[in-house]
Design a binder for this molecule. Structure first.
Ligand code: CAO
Length: 424
């Protein structure tokens, strides 16, 4: 038994944001039916291809545990099949460019007519307003959501981050919106529209920077390195390099091997409560009581000197040795782990956070498993579907087509080539 067992999702998503959401719902047990254009499918199937002829890792890693039906929704018979899917499903999830669903003939009004219990969930780049009609990809959202202006170093340009906070982040937000709407439907009996705009999702994840924007009115942000360095603040939250976003100063510091290993670094936080232990570890016991060093406010204008001293110590240790020494002392540190190290980490395999999956076209590959663990809803990661792999199965077992009717749909060109044997 899984948490969302019995919930049927009509998955009209593509690329990353929407598929992240429906993959999570599938992992929680929903039956996710991915609708794709015959012969084409989700564009990511053929993007960043590493194994010629096989679905890309981009696609496979975002579409586990789903079924794929190919359907031309601009063809009359295709529309008929889609109507039946709308009536049959609980949730429709889409991340088309604004207006695409309306142009297909499936406005929110029409969907409600067909199925008043339907929850219609959308990712869009922007919410209502001046940019609502724009097409948006990850980095546009990172820039428009406030993340890029606050990421990077003070003397460099704005930076995007490697974490896909615009796409996968918004997909996560949307998934929460969907399960919340399902919960409300239990009482109201009615569906509703759920919107997660990528700009809003990025801003939600960047809220500490909006906090700092307002704190600027009360004076300089004393925990930022630039304060100690004597660099004046402007009128907007500045970029803060690797400074910690909270009240405890932190930096990324070199560790043993940094000259040749680009990831031989550790994050080191000089948490006030463990200051004395830090002083002992780095060999500066005098700093425990020394004037100008003993309390957090006194240290603010000396953070560069302090972190340089700590770095002299971390450079004598590997990032894992730093962890081994500091953890028992409750000094918060964290190694900079490369993707290679993460891929090889046995504990992540054990918890299902990293999973090896087999695929008929590409063989075994690694993927990120469900990051949210429910004690009573186990997740088994199942490979992504081939294009149209479940078309016949969905037409017959979900929508009840049979006999002449089934032949008519199959022969209409609406569902493309039926590849039931692909499941083998
Ligand atoms: N049968 C027939 N037509 C189909 C179809 C199907 N099964 N599935 C999709 N289509 C059509 C759509 O109806 C649309 O046609 P029209 O423009 O003629 O109405 C067309 O395919 C293209 O859809 P699109 O505009 O969404 O796709 P795109 O590649 O041009 O844009 C993207 C991609 C991501 C920029 C856009 O979808 C978007 O802005 N989405 C919202 C924000 C978002 O999710 N962005 C993140 C994506 S992840 O990085």
């Amino acid at each position: 038994m899984q948490a969302l067992q019995g919930v049927k999702i009509l998955d009209f998503t593509h690329v990353q944001s929407g598929p992240t959401c429906t993959q999570l719902l599938a992992w929680f047990g929903a039956d996710v039916i991915k609708v794709e254009r015959p012969g084409v499918g989700d564009a990511t199937r053929k993007q960043l291809v590493d194994v010629p002829g096989a679905d890309s890792l981009y696609f496979t890693m975002l579409n586990h545990n789903k079924r794929s039906i190919t359907l031309n929704t601009k063809n009359e018979t295709g529309k008929e099949v889609l109507e039946r899917l709308v009536k049959e499903c609980d949730v429709l999830v889409e991340n088309f460019a604004p207006g695409a669903l309306d142009r297909m003939g499936f406005s929110w009004e029409r969907i409600q007519e067909l199925n008043p219990r339907m929850i219609m969930a959308s990712v869009k780049g922007f919410g209502p307003g001046p940019y609502e009609d724009c097409k948006v990809y990850e980095n546009v959202a990172q820039c428009a959501g406030g993340s890029a202006s606050t990421t990077g170093f003070l003397d460099g340009p704005p930076l995007v981050t490697g974490a896909q906070i615009g796409d996968s982040g918004t997909g996560l937000h949307l998934a929460l919106g969907i399960v919340t709407a399902l919960f409300q439907r239990e009482k109201s009996g009615k569906g509703q529209k759920v919107l997660a705009a990528m700009q809003d999702g990025v801003l939600n994840l960047s809220r500490v920077k909006l906090r700092d924007q307002q704190r600027l009115a009360a004076g300089p942000l004393t925990e930022y390195s630039q304060y100690g360095e004597g660099t004046p603040f402007g009128d907007a939250t500045p970029r803060a390099g690797n400074d910690s976003g909270g009240g405890q100063p932190g930096r990324i510091l070199k560790c043993k091997g940094w000259e040749t290993d680009p990831n031989a670094y550790t994050y080191f936080i000089t948490q006030a409560a463990v200051w004395k232990k830090i002083c002992d570890v780095i060999g500066e016991p005098d700093w425990k009581e020394k004037e100008g060093y003993a309390t957090p406010p006194e240290r603010l204008d000396k953070l560069n000197e302090i972190f340089e001293r700590i770095e002299q110590w971390t450079m004598t240790k590997t990032k894992f040795e730093v962890m081994d020494i500091c953890n028992p002392l409750d000094i918060p540190v964290g190694p900079i782990l490369s993707m290679k190290e993460i891929a090889e980490e046995p504990s992540l395999r054990k918890t299902g956070t990293i999973v090896e999956v087999d695929h008929p076209e590409r063989g075994p590959y690694l993927t990120v498993g469900c990051p949210i663990k429910l004690s009573d809803s186990p997740v088994e990661v199942v490979r992504s579907p081939l294009l149209g792999e479940h078309t016949d199965e969905i037409l017959t077992s979900v929508l009840g087509y049979e006999g002449d009717e089934l032949d008519r749909v199959r022969g209409s060109g609406a569902v493309g080539e039926v590849k039931a044997e692909a499941a083998e």
